[in-house]
Design a protein around this ligand. Sequence first.
Ligand code: XIL
Length: 433
Amino acid sequence: MRSGPFTLLLSAFLCTIGCSDDGDGGAGGAGGQGATSGTGGATGGTSTSAGGTSASTSGTGSATGGTSTSTGDASTSTGDASTSTSGTGGSGGGMAVRTPAASANSLREAGEKANPPILIGAAISGGGLNNGDYKRVAAAEHNYVTAENEMKWDALEPNPGQFSWGSADNIVNWARSNNMKVKGHTLVWHNQLPGWANSLSGATQVEQAIRRHIENVMGHFKDRIDTWDVVNEAVITDSDTGVGNPRMRPSVFFNALGDRFLDLAFEIAREQDPNAKLYYNDYSIDALNDKADYVYEMIKGMVERGVPIDGVGFQMHIGPPNNEAGGADVAANLRRFADLGLDVLISEMDINRCSNQVTAEEQLTYYHDIVEACFVMPECKAITFWGINDGRSWLNGWSGALCNGQSSQSLLFNDQYQKKETYNRVMDALMGR
Ligand code: XIL
């Protein structure tokens, strides 16, 4: 059962409101002028074979670390690892699997005892940490933290060259005191930018601003954070569902630098920390669709050009507005990225039930099967849920999610911080059930 390909069938969803090119709320992003078609990101070198190049260029060997360990234990594992394109025994051609824990009392324990281990994360907000129940559940069940908003550009660099660390430090220090790792989120993103950054123009100005931001932010957290979302959401399609006309997103970064901003951001990040894991992160690339295909080619091009990228985060916001309509296969999608020699991660999972486009039963199935699709792959390094409890979900208050004042019922804990059935289904998947 566990290794069977997972097919995510969502009935076709038509975007009814808020179908902007920005699937994801928050502050206003780039205004988009020129729709330069921008396929260049996908077209770098074509000659080298993918995986091994990236692993060795990035100097971390990260994508391949845990893989070989797991093969010994896995009954389904075969000698096929040698056929892997990476040439490192890394991706194992899809044959290696992760072995679940024999027993576990929490999600994080299930992740820690799996072989190889997998990180179980949550988006944590500064406000949440004022609540005792929130803190208790967050630390008991997770060992990986993403700051929900506190490490975005507008929070960290509100004025040019002037940094504000307080709220982010608070979260990072709380995480570390609970033996949780932290992912930095996010260095270069069109959204939640301060006004001054959004009005930069010209290649030199924009490049300098990117450099100063990455150097200061990574420098500040250097000894405390070793995984980073370097670039977030650089691609758009006509619909939020990842379908139709995939292309580079107009933004202050793309408008000034073209596709080059992606490579540049990763190169600067690598200069700052030779050992950090550097990730690209995006929404509606979770299953097989136009946007995922485009991002796959874009990332493959980066790998082939030797750009220091270590992995891809699949946000996994399922339900309105990011439904991925049609028969789409999460497992096959994760697999093709991993076969580039990269880590893959579920980075922001929630399943929005607003407007009943996802039924309670479908939600349980999706939670189980999507977590399973990641869990069985040793290259899948983390599963992060976008929040702790329903009452605090960002979806409740974002018009794009169509909640209209209702609860999105999107997470694993209810308003009283009790485990929901969604929790049980996730636990089942982590335990190989
Ligand atoms: C969201 C936060 O959860 C909200 O509180 C905020 O208002 C907007 O941003 N993709 C991302 C995350 O990468 O940073 C977004 O977080 C959700 C979508």
